[in-house]
Design a protein around this ligand. Structure first.
Ligand code: GLN
Length: 564
């Protein structure tokens, strides 16, 4: 029986007090709870920066650039949504200040506003709303979860809050606002403090938006006394204030939220018709069950598997962050849990394998030797020349010492360079990215990229998004995928130089996957009799790894690694 159609519901998620408080996981978890109840949901990320997309930002600045199927370069939270909801999201579901202004300016130039004076308010928030509505229409979602990046009180998200206010005023019953806030427990006091959250809520209220629910993030859970206080000072029902203490796995959060009635509270605030069709109910139940099994495995796996990620985007000031490789790390976790393994992931800066400053050749040798303690090593994507000598040293060591290897994008290009230099004997083998005058460019710029780079057209211009690859029958890669035609997401400007393929292949490296026309090398591997697992791809398979469908290539890699 069809259920009565109701207006689409919009749930804004905003952050109070500090950044990094878990808005993305909260937004994903709320979406997941509603999806498990059988609702059609979609998730939108709004980033307040002026960049048109995340593609032009350094990962140490912003974290991972998450690439969608349609090729758009977005924020890492889009990856969280895809992983929690097990769906592919389109470009419609992502916007930045830059993109919104760009849209308004393009419309203005085409007389869309019919001679009106185009103003920051209302036209910018109206553009935001029209983009939210477009994402809703395209997805057919009953519930749209919109995360507004940044922290309340920042100048740059004011226009997005104005959009939330306008949408809420227009549809008071269909729009809710959830504030994710931080409650510090200062060591010297030993008491959880609510005042910063009270201030954040007041600041939010001054934009004409009020929270219907507060998710109180903290080290420990929130007690009734502090709930009472927050309810009193923030005008939020006490039962709508939810304690969200730190958890060991973000994938526990949907379950914890359900325990705290988050789903019922949201449904009540929005008068959401809880009745869904039988099919959707069954699908929701099935998903929830599969998720519970996944979460259980994450907690019960005890046999360790040690994986090193050798990258270079780890440092921010005195702190080390792994955000730049978020999807890679999650992909390792999903496949490890599938194999009932507990992943122990170590991040290593490739600069540590380079002779420079205080690091001597003997230090590097020792450091390389310590790679033996890992069951498998990943070299993920990257750009530019910093840290590359170190990565090449690591690849040589891994290849010669038969440590399982998975190379992703740059990790494949560098494996080709290393092989060309040390096995094929092309001493000057390099990439045009490292030396644009190189003559032995075994990795070279793609024909389609030359003009773009020449014109400094860098934004959104790489080879981006999902492309099909044809896999060589009988290869390790074909075995991993159990298929010979696969699709993965990409983000690169350089490729294996076709002029060197024969020479490299004759020296033993197998090109085990190519673009359908056979021109672009998509996968490489060493035969099993030479190395237990030496596989790399030009693609970024990590973007398609999900809790409920771990990525086959990562699983194959970990399977071999676990035998080391
Ligand atoms: N820098 C390389 C290229 O542009 C690899 C990119 C990547 O690792 N994502 O081709």
């Amino acid at each position: 029986m069809a259920t009565k159609k109701q207006n689409p519901k919009y749930i804004f998620v905003v952050g109070g007090v500090i950044s990094g408080v878990g808005k993305g996981v909260t937004a994903s978890s709320i979406a997941k709870i509603l999806q498990d109840r059988g609702h059609i949901v979609t998730s939108i990320k709004i980033d307040p920066y002026v960049n048109v997309d995340a593609g032009t930002m350094n990962p140490t600045e912003h974290g991972e650039v998450f690439v969608l199927d349609d090729g758009h370069e977005t924020d890492q939270d889009m990856g969280n949504y895809e992983r929690f909801l097990n769906i592919n999201l389109p470009n419609n579901n992502y916007m930045t200040t830059g993109r919104v202004y760009q849209g308004v300016i393009e419309k203005e130039r085409s007389m869309f506003y019919k001679g009106k004076c185009v103003q920051v308010v209302p036209h910018i928030p109206m553009e935001v709303i029209s983009r939210i509505k477009r994402a809703q229409e395209k997805s057919g979602a009953e519930c749209v979860i919109i995360e507004i990046g940044g922290t309340i009180g920042e100048y740059e998200n004011i226009l997005f809050l104005e959009a939330a206010r306008m949408l809420k005023t227009e549809n008071p019953k269909d729009v809710a606002c959830v504030m994710v806030s931080y409650l510090p427990v200062p060591g010297a006091l030993g008491e959880m403090k609510t005042k910063p959250t009270q201030h954040a809520v007041r600041t939010l209220q001054s934009s004409g938006v009020w929270p219907d629910m507060i998710i109180a993030r903290s080290k420990i859970t929130l007690d009734e006394k502090r709930k009472e206080k927050l309810a009193f000072f923030c005008n939020v029902k006490q039962e709508n204030i939810i304690g969200a203490p730190d958890v060991s796995s973000i994938y526990d959060v949907p379950f914890n939220f359900e325990k705290e009635n988050v789903g019922d509270i949201i449904s009540e605030v929005l008068s959401l018709n809880k009745k869904v069709s039988k099919e959707r109910k069954e699908e929701g139940d099935k998903n929830k069950k599969a998720w519970d099994t996944f979460v259980k495995k994450a907690h019960t796996a005890t046999s360790e598997i040690k994986i090193a990620i050798v990258g270079k985007y780890f440092d921010t000031g005195d702190f080390v962050l792994s955000d730049a490789y978020l999807s890679v790390i999650e992909a390792v976790k999903f496949s490890a849990y599938k194999l009932n393994k507990k992943p122990v992931i170590t991040w290593i800066n490739s600069g540590e394998y380079e002779v420079a400053g205080k690091i001597t050749a003997s230090d590097v040798k020792k450091k390389l030797k310590s790679l033996d303690t890992f069951d498998g090593i990943i070299i993920p994507g990257g750009f530019g020349s910093r840290g590359i000598t170190g990565k090449l040293e690591v690849i040589k060591y891994i290849r010669e010492n038969k440590i399982p290897y998975l190379g992703l994008c740059y990790g494949m290009q560098l494996a080709v360079i290393e092989y060309a230099r040390n096995v094929v004997g092309i001493k000057g083998a390099t990439s045009k990215e490292l030396d644009d005058k190189a003559t032995e460019d075994v990795i070279t710029i793609m024909e389609s990229q030359k003009e773009k780079v020449g014109n400094k057209n860098y934004g959104g211009s790489m080879r981006l998004g999902a492309y099909t690859a044809i896999i060589k029958e009988g290869s390790l890669v074909a075995k991993a995928y159990s298929d010979t035609a696969i699709s993965e997401r990409h983000r690169h400007r350089y490729e294996v130089n076709p002029n060197y393929i024969k020479q490299i292949e004759d020296a033993g490296l197998v090109f085990s996957g190519t673009s359908p026309d056979g021109k672009l090398m998509e996968f490489i591997e060493l035969p099993k009799k030479v190395h237990p697992f030496f596989v790399a791809t030009q693609a970024h398979p990590e973007f398609k790894a999900r809790p409920l469908s771990p990525h086959p290539l990562f699983t194959a890699f970990l399977q071999i690694a676990s035998k080391k």
